[in-house]
Design a protein around this ligand. Structure first.
Ligand code: ACO
Length: 428
């Protein structure tokens, strides 16, 4: 907080508004009293200049390419931590002691099973249903199964539902995949890690023992860490907005999944990989660069640009390194990766991309790794949803725990007709 004031002159009258200071990052002009004092609203449709909440979870400095979870840089977490530890950190604010981490992992592991009746939900989907369609439906349906954890005013209920969501998401996502390929669902196995369990439920079959590849398990875990939270992005804001009405967390997370599905958000890695395959070989890159620069062509370089990062997305750097590790471990050579590297190089040296500060984002390389591991493109966003669930529930918990929390209810700049009388059919 500070004594600084912002002055706003509306029709000749000057109003003072407090300027709030976070622990780091831009100052925030507190305009909560603006409407009451002046009758005016602010107008910021894409929220480009709006801080929608106060939060202590995740910090991004888009100009510098910095991403911190509870203060810890994403690169350090990706290098040294595990998804379980990052989940604990996001939910509880501090890195765990060994016993705390063991207890947390044990609890999550013991919540991974789905109620057996939920299996029948899957049968209701067409077998070619997109996994995200299944995820939206099944996660929303959890509200009907776990009544004992939907009293959001009870911190214990909130904790249990958060654990359930984090724990059940790998089972839900793996079964969405199994359903699409017509293979039997595998039940979770408690002696495996969170990520190992997910890989086995996805790629294992009952007829034989699934062999976990340590490099793949580690890469997958790292991908989960990279997607765990990302401040007030569109899907997180959706979860918060849905939650602000008092809706239960399963319904709120289903809303987040729906938002994440869009190609401008979580759907971008699928779109990026499809684009790289369409480009095919490095000699065709200039043609696509020209298309991306052409105002009359709707084509954009998918996996490039970000609302907040106006510098290299720190997650993209880790992702690029992880591609190499997975390729080396699996002895894979994929021309798509060569095309991606060449495209990055050409775009980063192109004035259009430099001037607009368009850099590769996390989605540029993630599709290449996921594809090498064996996931079809339709599963990419489902994996993102799985990992982001921890951020969604941590943000939702933070919001609900705030005693001053109110329903999110934006206003508008109305440009429709002014009042007019209803006309009967014969007079129109
Ligand atoms: N290719 C070509 N031009 C681009 C691209 C791109 N990928 N991204 C932005 N631009 C251009 C726009 O045409 C615009 O140009 P203009 O100022 O001449 O009109 C300018 O850069 C700014 O773009 P906006 O769309 O206004 O920026 P915004 O912050 O609203 O959009 C977004 C960010 C949606 C991510 C955008 O960069 C994009 O569509 N990228 C491709 C999709 C993608 O990769 N999304 C993943 C985001 S990361 C995530 O969700 C995990």
């Amino acid at each position: 907080m500070s004594d600084n004031k912002a002055k706003l002159d509306i029709n000749g009258t000057v109003h003072d508004y407090p300027v709030l200071k976070g622990s780091v990052g831009p100052d925030v002009v507190d305009i909560r009293k603006l409407y009451g004092q002046t009758g005016a609203f602010t107008f910021d449709p894409g929220y480009k200049s709006t801080a929608s909440c106060e939060s202590g979870l995740t910090y991004i400095d888009g100009e510098e390419g910095v991403l911190l979870h509870r203060g810890y840089p994403i690169g350090q977490l990706a290098e040294n931590s595990s998804f379980m530890e990052v989940s604990y950190l996001l939910l509880n604010g501090e890195l765990p002691q060994q016993q705390e981490l063991d207890d947390f992992s044990y609890t999550i592991t013991r919540h991974t099973m789905l109620h057996d009746q939920l299996r029948q939900f899957y049968q209701g989907f067409r077998r070619d249903a997109h996994p995200m369609a299944i995820m939206c439906g099944v996660v929303g349906a959890l509200s009907a199964f776990y009544h004992d954890s939907t009293d959001i005013s009870d911190p214990e209920h909130r904790k249990i539902s958060s654990h359930r969501l984090i724990a059940k998401m790998p089972t839900i996502a793996a079964w969405a995949y199994k359903y699409s390929v017509g293979q039997p669902f595998l039940q979770p196995q408690n002696d495996l890690s969170y990520t190992g369990n997910f890989l086995r439920m996805t790629f294992g079959v009952p007829a034989e023992e699934y062999e976990l590849h340590p490099a793949v398990e580690q890469a997958m875990d790292r991908i989960f860490i990279l997607h765990a939270d990302h401040e007030q992005n569109a899907s997180t804001s959706t979860v918060r907005l849905a939650g602000s009405s008092g809706a239960n967390p399963f319904a709120c997370v289903a809303a987040g999944i729906a938002c994440l599905w869009g190609p401008a958000h979580g759907g971008a890695n699928e779109a990026a990989l499809n684009m790289l395959k369409e480009i095919g070989t490095p000699d065709r890159i200039p043609h696509y660069i020209e298309r991306a620069k052409d105002k009359n062509d709707p084509f954009r370089l998918m996996g490039f640009g970000h609302r907040v990062y106006k510098n290299y997305d720190p997650r993209a750097a880790v992702m690029q390194k992880t591609v190499r590790e997975v390729f080396d471990a699996l002895n894979v050579k994929d021309p798509v990766f060569e095309t991606a590297l060449a495209l990055e190089e050409i775009a980063l040296n192109d004035d259009y991309f430099r001037e607009k500060k368009l850099f590769p984002n996390v989605d540029f390389y993630s599709g290449i790794i996921l594809s090498a591991i064996g996931f079809p493109t339709t599963m990419f966003t489902a994996l993102f949803a799985l990992a982001r669930t921890v951020g969604w529930v941590a943000q939702w918990n933070e919001m609900i725990s705030d005693p001053g929390q109110v329903i999110g209810r934006p206003r508008q700049l109305y440009t429709g007709p002014t009042e007019r009388d209803y006309l009967s059919m014969d007079k129109r």
